[in-house]
Design a protein. Sequence first.
Length: 243
Amino acid sequence: MADALEASIAQRISEAQRPVVFSGAGLSAESGVPTFRGGSEHALWSQYDPHQLASVEGFEHQPDVVLAWYEWRRGILADAQPNAAHHALARFKDALLVTQNVDDLLEQAGASADRVLHLHGSIVHDRCHGGCGWSERVDLNEPTASRDCPSCGEPVRPAVVWFGEPLPEVVWEQALAACSEADLLLVIGTSGVVQPAAMLVELASQAGAFVVNLNPEPTQLDSIADVSVHRPAAEVLPELISD
Ligand code: NAD
Ligand code: ZN
């Protein structure tokens, strides 16, 4: 344990009655999955703004560019393994795991799917862009080529939530309810700028949860959190969550 502050956080975590974890791209950074913000540079795609690529407008105006970007991201994920932070959260069996991440590294680490809430969908699935409900799991090593929905003929797209799209309603309602009842919110690896997801932190805090923010960089969430630890998740989480 690095210091007395972290020892006191570990104690709060072990004593929490209704813990919720809220994670972002930083949770998977140490698995080699790039974040959108926070200093990671990827020459191939750094000329593009994620808002242009992860959007309905982007997909409808330049589908081949957007699908090529997803093919690149899926290829990275195909080689990625859960890191020590994912494994620590999989062990944290009392906690609901609300995540903005579209990868399935928490599930791969052993977290049961019924306690992982994916606010922004899944990159390991495709779905119908026309909204007919058709969806299937993809092989991450296969090319992400343009194709039509076998059910209705509309274009097929990654089953993620793009900027400007609504969050999946049931999942969002579950996250809101859990955060308004939580006594501890553990925030991990998120810049806190993507709405409405980021409002969960403010909601939990106002409802009385003790908010712990883990991020190697300062973010706007530091001002809401009761305590912030500026260390990488895979380094600090195994120390905070006991077996
Ligand atoms: P973000 O990219 O905006 O911010 C990532 C944050 O992680 C930064 O604040 C950074 O300082 C922090 N970080 C970097 N390394 C870390 C580490 N080792 N430990 C802890 N924190 C670390 O991510 P976001 O806030 O999640 O929001 C961006 C959107 O991007 C989300 O909607 C999400 O769906 C999507 N996204 C998902 C993935 C994924 O599924 N793995 C990857 C990239 C982006
Ligand atoms: Zn369809």
